[in-house]
Design a protein. Sequence first.
Length: 157
Amino acid sequence: MKKRVLFISSTGGHLSELLQLKPLFEKVDYHIITEKTKSNLALKKKYPSRVNFLIYGTKDHMLTYPIKLFLNCLKSLYFYFKFHPDYIITTGAHTAGPICCIGKIFGSRIIYVETFANKKTKTITGRLLYPISDLFVVQWKEMQELYPEATYGGWIY
């Protein structure tokens, strides 16, 4: 039986990095979760019945962000129990945090890949998920100074 793996990230560069892991899809029973934007709707056609969306939200909109984050936490709880993954693999950012915390509580293994975009500074999501990740991967060797327990995996691209 194939392992159930949930791939999750926010939209944009994080999603581009996550989709670089596509070769893993044929080896596992996978599902993808990202934010719903016009540019991401094509994912439903490319990966039929394998994609779900969270509400798009950005911290730049501080009035609506807390509400969207709360709703995404509820949706994350629903998706977690719908798919009950053995593993959660994420490239960040904020969209992935709630489901990784839920997964950790209920026994999923968490694999976090720190973004390629940061070579010398920690991301907020990286800081939050580093302590709970079962495998924390960095794409730059320099990042191992910031995350001593991290595994250097090289570039995803």
